[in-house]
Ligand binder design. Structure first.
Ligand SMILES: [Mg+2]
Length: 275
C-alpha cells in the first residue's frame, strides 16, 4: 500500500517522534505524571475516559479539537477547516454560542483550541477537563521527556526501517521536519542509526502552526509539485491535514481505528516496520 504512494513521489517528508521509532509506553508515563498533579478523586474517571478514548468509544479522539474555554470537543474537517459540531464529555451534542465556524491549522493556539493530533493530547485534554493547569501539564510533559531521554530503551527501533530508508534514499530525497530540538534530534538519529539518511533536517519546526510554511519551502527547494511529495507522520494535525490541504500525499502512522478523512491521497498504516 505505502509503496503505491512512494512510487508516485520524489520527496518524502518524515516526522521524527512517534514516526521513526516504535513504542508508545511513554503515553502511559505521561498519564502517570498528569495523575500525580490531579486530586485523587478524579483518578478513576480519568482512567475511564482515557480507556474509552483509546477504544474510539468517546468523542475525544484523534482528529478532533478540544476547546478548553467551553470544555467541549469539536469535530473538525481538515479540508474545509470547519468546526462542525461540539460534544460534551457525555458525548452529547451541545450548542456553543459565538464559536468560530472555521479554524485554520495555524490558528490552533493551545490556549483555547487544542488539536488532538496524536497520543499525547487525549490524556492532556482529560487532565485539563478535570481542571489541571497548563503549568501542571507542562510539568508532566517535561518529566515524561526527561524520562524518555534517560530510558532510550523505551524507544524501540522500527524493525527493518534503517535498511529500508537507506535503500529509499538512493532514489528519493528524504527530509526530516520535527518539533524536537536539534540536540535531541541528533541524539535520537544516532541511536537509531539514521543520522546519514536525510538530505535536510528542520528542527524546532513549530508544527502544526508552521507546517505549511515548511512544506512550501520543501516544494520550492526541490522544485516539486505537491503531488510529487509525500508526508509521513503520526500526528494527524501536524503532518497529515496540512499535507492534504496543499495537495500532497499523506500517510498517517497510527494504530487508531479512526478514519478522519476519505481521500485518494491519504492512507493510514500501523507501522513502518518491514520485517
Ligand atoms: Mg510525531
Amino acid at each position: 500500500m505505502l509503496n503505491a504512494f512512494i512510487e508516485k513521489t520524489d520527496v518524502i517528508i518524515f516526522d521524527l517522534d512517534g514516526t521513526l521509532y516504535e513504542g508508545d509506553q511513554h503515553f502511559a508515563l505521561m498519564v502517570n505524571h498528569l495523575k500525580q498533579r490531579l486530586p485523587e478523586k478524579h483518578h478513576q474517571s480519568f482512567d475511564e475516559l482515557y480507556q474509552q478514548s483509546l477504544a474510539g468509544k468517546h468523542a475525544l479522539t484523534i482528529g478532533k479539537v478540544y476547546d478548553i474555554q467551553e470544555d467541549v470537543i469539536w469535530t473538525w474537517n481538515p479540508f474545509t477547516t470547519e468546526l462542525t459540531n461540539a460534544q460534551n464529555w457525555n458525548n452529547e451534542l451541545v450548542h456553543i454560542k459565538n464559536a468560530p465556524d472555521k479554524l485554520a491549522v495555524s490558528e490552533f493556539d493551545y490556549k483555547r483550541f487544542v488539536p488532538i493530533g496524536d497520543g499525547w493530547w487525549p490524556p492532556y485534554s482529560i487532565a485539563r477537563h478535570f481542571g489541571l493547569s497548563n503549568e501542571d501539564t507542562q510539568w508532566a510533559y517535561r518529566r515524561t521527556k526527561e524520562q524518555m531521554a534517560k530510558l532510550d530503551g523505551m524507544l524501540e527501533p522500527t524493525p527493518g526501517l534503517q535498511e529500508y530508508l537507506e535503500e529509499l534514499s538512493k532514489t528519493k530525497k528524504l527530509v526530516l521536519i520535527t518539533n524536537s530540538e536539534m540536540e535531541d534530534v541528533h541524539r535520537l538519529l544516532r541511536f537509531l542509526d539514521l543520522d546519514h539518511i536525510f538530505s535536510d533536517i528542520v528542527p524546532s519546526a513549530l508544527k502544526p502552526t508552521n507546517t505549511k510554511k515548511h512544506f512550501k519551502d520543501v516544494l520550492a527547494r526541490y522544485n516539486e509539485k505537491p503531488e510529487q511529495v509525500l508526508s509521513i507522520g503520526d500526528n494527524f494535525m501536524n503532518e497529515v491535514a496540512p499535507a492534504l490541504q496543499l495537495g500532497m500525499y499523506a500517510v498517517w502512522l497510527t494504530t487508531s481505528k479512526e478514519e478522519p478523512v476519505k481521500e485518494e491521497k491519504f492512507m493510514k498504516i500501523r507501522t513502518l516496520a518491514t520485517k
